[in-house]
Design a protein around this ligand. Structure first.
Ligand SMILES: Nc1nc2c(ncn2[C@@H]2O[C@H](COP(=O)(O)OP(=O)(O)OP(=O)(O)O)[C@@H](O)[C@H]2O)c(=O)[nH]1
Ligand SMILES: [Mg+2]
Length: 216
């Protein structure tokens, strides 16, 4: 058991936003700390959120890619939120919509001041597609740390799993400490303590600690 300061099991649904084109209108105020879960359709974002919070139906999951169309915002406490972003790269979506969506996603990553970390989830069998790299680049360019999470790790035998993890680490080495790479399985719980420790770290930036202390 890792001793995180935040009890992630207490995560609550806060609000759904229809799209991120008009951020300021739909999302909660740009204050406190926000951690976003991004990834291609079907990468396992919603499943990861459920596994990490030990809640079966916090974020809905589906076998049909593109299920999460809304941006779902979850609250850890008054100052801290997790955000389930809709999947990108869904084949059935018209190109114009895809481009619009990418633009909005880029804007969110670049302009949301409270964003303290981005988890980029990638199926361990298909990591580092163009848009995944784009997400990572946008985040790091805005000095937001990234956790590249290789999901569905249970689908590969141990040796193939470690081989992929090492390859992805090598491919992202130029980002230095800004990007960490870990295997994960929502099904088996693989990697959960590590991910929770990283989320917990992002939830406690020095400036927020100071405010916490001042408020007693
Ligand atoms: N074997 C296995 N399957 C998983 C794992 N995580 C997710 N899946 C499956 O992958 C599919 C997609 O999972 P979701 O969590 O809905 O993926 P998502 O990224 O939220 O998808 P969108 O909302 O469509 O973008 C579902 O059928 C899940 O059951 C995992 O760790 N292991
Ligand atoms: Mg989803």
């Amino acid at each position: 058991m890792t001793a995180t300061r935040i009890d992630f099991r207490k995560t609550k649904f806060l609000i759904s936003a229809p799209d991120i084109a008009h951020l300021d209108k739909h999302l909660p105020g740009d204050t406190g700390v926000e951690i976003a879960f991004a990834g291609r359709s079907n990468a396992g974002k919603s499943s990861a959120l459920n596994a990490l919070t030990e809640q079966k139906n916090l974020a809905r999951t589906s076998k049909t890619p593109g299920r999460t169309q809304l941006i779902n915002v979850f609250e850890l406490d008054e100052q801290r939120r997790l955000v389930d972003l809709p999947g990108y790269g869904f084949a059935q979506v018209p190109l114009a919509m895809k481009l619009k969506w990418q633009e909005s996603l880029g804007e969110y990553l670049q302009k949301r001041a409270c964003l303290s970390g981005v988890v980029v989830l990638m199926d361990i069998r298909h990591p580092l597609k163009d848009l995944d790299l784009q997400m990572i680049e946008w985040a790091v360019a805005s000095e937001i740390p990234v956790l590249a999470l290789l999901t569905k790790a249970d689908k590969l035998p141990q040796s193939a799993k470690m081989k992929t993890v090492n390859e992805v680490r090598k491919a992202l080495v130029d980002f230095g400490d800004w990007v960490r790479v870990e295997p994960f399985s929502s099904l088996k719980g693989t990697g959960k303590p590590k991910v929770l420790a990283i989320l917990d770290e992002w939830c406690h930036p020095a400036w927020l600690e100071q405010e916490d202390n001042e408020q007693g």
